[in-house]
Design a protein around this ligand. Structure first.
Ligand SMILES: [Zn+2]
Length: 354
């Protein structure tokens, strides 16, 4: 299947009442792990690359690996998404390369660290939406600020400093026409999200319901949503790792979010932990080995296992064959007709500007 616009994938997820995992990649093994998991569970999937990933691997490599995946797994709908674009230029370069979806994170200034103003966020997001929709590409925005720092990107903190204000979210969607909206509900990037099993005090799932009530057709996105399971932490630590005790976002809380309009769930840390644990195990148990395939193969299998588990838990499993991919050209027509977010009223924002 060709790369699918993320908007179509999330519209389908909304129809089916499920969520779609968005898994981060930096290299071939991670893409293979995700595609094998998608094949085994018959799942549509979002594969995403951050600015850090694009720099690490050179995004031409990533893009062509994705084309290989599309060729090898014709039955799997997949979207290629830019995670946390920091500026119009970053998003533009991803779109020109062939990404079918971009995130513009205008909640932070273009240094990717300093919380910005609402006005700045609206302005930069709208600029990206106009450019992207003209090309049939989907856009995710963010309102409120996540905690933690990943790949040098993030505001730090616990995630409770700048939660999403539901009223402001409505204004943001009306003014920008984004397809999907990342909301800040207390989650953080990275492994150290919570110091104990999170309660409603620190993980505000009720806020999702509040936002969904006001924006029933805007696809909500949960960032920083690895569950950081103890089993994966234990493997890393058992073989010489030094992770401090930590808690992620429990799967049942994500499932609760999906009931209230969450359609995209970002997972990176769980994959990283699975990979690192598997590699450490090989190094510790068979230190005589030195062929990278001896540890990359189990690493890839460990990531595939956790990704497949999430696909089943998020509900996307079994939905790969539900629809035919729309081309970016068809998607462009969809936005032009005004039937998409961006002024047609599809997002429930009531804006009829086109
Ligand atoms: Zn994020």
């Amino acid at each position: 299947m060709p790369l699918v616009p993320m908007r179509q994938m999330l519209d389908e997820a909304a129809k089916g009442g499920y969520g779609v995992g968005a898994f981060n990649v930096n290299n071939m093994e991670q893409i293979q792990a995700i595609m094998e998991a998608a094949k085994a569970t018959k799942s549509p999937v979002v594969i995403q690359a951050s600015r850090g990933a694009r720099k690490y691997s050179n995004d031409k490599f990533l893009y062509h690996l994705m084309l290989a995946a599309a060729e090898l797994y014709p039955e799997i709908p997949m979207a290629l998404h830019l995670d946390h674009g920091n500026s119009f230029e970053t998003c533009k370069s991803a779109i020109e390369l062939g990404f079918t979806s971009v995130m513009i994170d205008g909640s932070l200034a273009d240094d990717g660290k300093t919380p910005s103003t609402f006005e700045y966020n609206v302005e930069v997001t709208k600029k990206v939406v106009d450019f992207a929709h003209e090309r049939g590409v989907s856009v995710e925005g963010e309102i409120g600020t996540l905690g933690g720092i990943e790949d040098g990107h993030g505001a730090g903190g616990t995630g409770l400093e700048h939660l999403t204000d539901p009223e402001q979210a409505v204004e943001f969607v009306q003014k920008t026409g984004v397809d999907a909206l990342a909301v800040a509900i207390g989650t953080s990037h990275g492994a150290y999200k919570f110091t104990s099993k999170p309660t409603e005090e620190v993980l505000k799932i009720s806020l999702i319901a509040e936002i969904h009530k006001r924006l029933p057709t805007t696809h909500l996105v949960m960032h920083g949503s690895s569950s950081v399971p103890k089993e994966l932490q234990d493997v890393v630590n058992q073989f010489g790792g030094k992770l401090k005790p930590t808690w992620g976002v429990p799967v049942e809380e994500i499932q609760n979010g999906i009931k209230h309009g969450v359609r995209k769930i970002n997972v990176d840390t769980d994959s990283r932990l699975a990979i690192t644990g598997a590699i450490r195990k090989v190094f510790a148990e068979t230190p005589e080995k030195f062929d990278p395939r001896d540890y990359l193969k189990p690493a890839r299998e460990a990531m595939q296992k956790v990704v497949a588990e999430r696909m089943t838990q998020f509900g996307q499993a079994g939905h790969a064959g539900d629809y035919k991919a729309m081309s970016l050209e068809e998607m462009r027509g969809y936005y032009k007709r005004g039937s998409g977010c961006g002024g047609g009223g599809c997002c429930g924002c009531g804006s009829k500007k086109k």
